[in-house]
Design a protein around this ligand. Structure first.
Ligand code: PMP
Length: 442
């Protein structure tokens, strides 16, 4: 603006001011908050968000990776239109929930039985309770820095700081994420290192007999979006077999990595799988799935279940309809195509950064990606945690991307969607390379 006058306020800025009066912080999507404020969406169309100001933004955030097909995907719109005319929720079941559970089982036989709920958080909570019901124990183990939603135990050591990382014995400490976390939650949550198999095995040798569950995500975004080492997975599997611990694999995000989800890709045979995001086709969803012998813990048909897992809106017909349409169009070919585009994106960005002599690297797998602006090896939450200079650079790169019309998550990660093609991948890669070069030359 070279007029010397203040630019007129955008409609998104005005909406943000208005929302701050009635919503603390001015947005409920706190993970998507960034300065000075996010764009407000007016509508979506394929891989594009059209904001209140009419700007078209290429959407790589995809509602926290929950959209496999972008926005207003015609088959999902058609399925929802058909379902909504028939009523939105009943206190009795509908056939659609059978069909979605059958679809999951057809994709991975380990997902033999399923119960639906309304968010990934709820699924994780229910799986932990299920594991408690099966084992009669109450403690759990989780990996440092890994996100599994906001259930108290799942949230421990989500964002611990370097000065609090280790306990007196040199093991990862159980650190509260939310202020006011009950001390019992910390005492009952064992924290494991994502990339240190020996330490993992030693901790599990000591704590194993008291654990109901170990929850893991083998390609956890907050652990750098790098694969969990096979030796760590082996240590977990050994402990589970030895001490009768339930293995919960959190596939809420990473189900999208393979046709049958992520467990088969890592040779994992979970007792419980938590699902969400793309299996609901863009509507609120969560699910716990697993072998019938484990899922029996939720069976109320024979009387009182060991663990109750229900809910007013669980398996609601709109979510079921959208989920069925989402998965029907996320077949083996679609998964392979989208994963190929992700590979192309990572290669192009990494080649571009290397050619420019920059230290950054793009990690990820399948259709998921995350930019690491540093030169060090990324192998877990600690190494992935941005250094102070990087923590300043990432929001600037994010802002430069948004300025160029591409939305990433605030830590510069993203997910591709099926309406995208090579044209969009090239655009994302080249814009990101340019933004990163500009940041380092500044
Ligand atoms: N687990 C993982 C791995 C997640 O990434 C998320 C959400 N991003 C959750 C669980 C919680 O899901 P929801 O936001 O639906 O509660």
């Amino acid at each position: 603006n070279d007029t010397g006058l203040e630019a007129p306020m955008t409609r998104s800025a005005a909406a943000f001011l208005r929302e701050q009066r009635v919503v603390p912080g001015g947005s409920m999507r706190h993970a998507s908050w960034f300065a000075p404020h996010p764009p407000y969406a007016a509508r979506g169309e394929g891989c594009w968000i059209i904001d209140l100001d009419g700007r078209r933004i290429l959407d790589c955030a995809n509602n926290f990776f929950s959209l496999a097909h972008g926005h207003a995907f015609p088959p999902i719109v058609a399925a929802l239109t058909d379902a909504i005319a028939k009523g939105t929720a009943f206190g009795v079941p509908m056939e659609a929930e059978i069909a979605l559970a059958e679809t999951l089982r057809a994709r991975n036989p380990r997902l033999e039985q399923t119960r639906f709920c309304n968010s990934g958080t709820e699924a994780v909570m229910a799986a932990i309770k299920g594991a408690r019901g099966v084992t009669g124990r109450h403690r759990i183990a989780k990996f440092e820095g890994c996100y599994h939603g906001s259930y108290d135990h799942a949230e421990v050591s989500l964002e611990s700081r370097p000065e609090e990382w280790d306990d007196a014995a040199g093991n990862p400490a159980s650190i509260a994420y939310a202020k006011g976390t009950p001390p019992a939650v910390l005492a009952d949550t064992v924290v494991l290192p994502y990339a240190d198999a020996d330490r993992c095995a030693a901790i599990l040798k000591r704590e194993g007999p008291s654990l109901a569950a170990i929850i893991l995500d083998p390609q956890a975004s907050k652990a750098g979006m790098v694969p969990m080492p096979a030796a760590v997975i082996a240590a977990v599997q050994q402990a589970c077999a030895r001490d009768g611990i339930m293995l919960i694999v959190d596939e809420v995000v990473n189900f999208r990595l393979g046709f049958g989800g992520v467990s088969p890709l890592f040779g994992l045979e979970p007792d419980f799988v938590t699902l969400g995001k793309i299996i609901g086709g863009g509507l609120p969803v969560g699910a716990v799935s697993g072998p019938a012998a484990r899922m029996a813990v939720y069976n109320h048909a024979a009387g009182k279940p060991k663990v109750a897992l229900g809910g007013t809106f669980s398996a609601n017909p709109l979510t079921m309809a959208a989920g069925l349409a989402s998965l029907a169009h996320y077949d083996e070919a679609a998964v392979a195509r989208l994963n190929g585009l992700g590979e192309m994106l990572r290669q192009r960005v990494n080649a571009g950064l290397a050619a420019a002599g920059l230290p950054g690297r793009m990690a990820g797998a399948g259709s998921l990606f995350r930019l690491h602006p540093g030169a060090r090896k990324i192998e877990d939450y600690r190494s992935a945690r941005p250094l102070p200079a990087e923590a300043e650079a990432l929001p600037r790169i994010h802002a430069a991307m948004l300025g160029a019309g591409i939305l990433l998550t605030p830590n510069c990660s993203g997910a591709l969607s099926t309406p995208m093609g090579e044209e969009q991948v090239v655009l994302i890669a080249d814009t990101l390379i340019k933004a990163t070069i500009a940041e380092f030359q500044a």
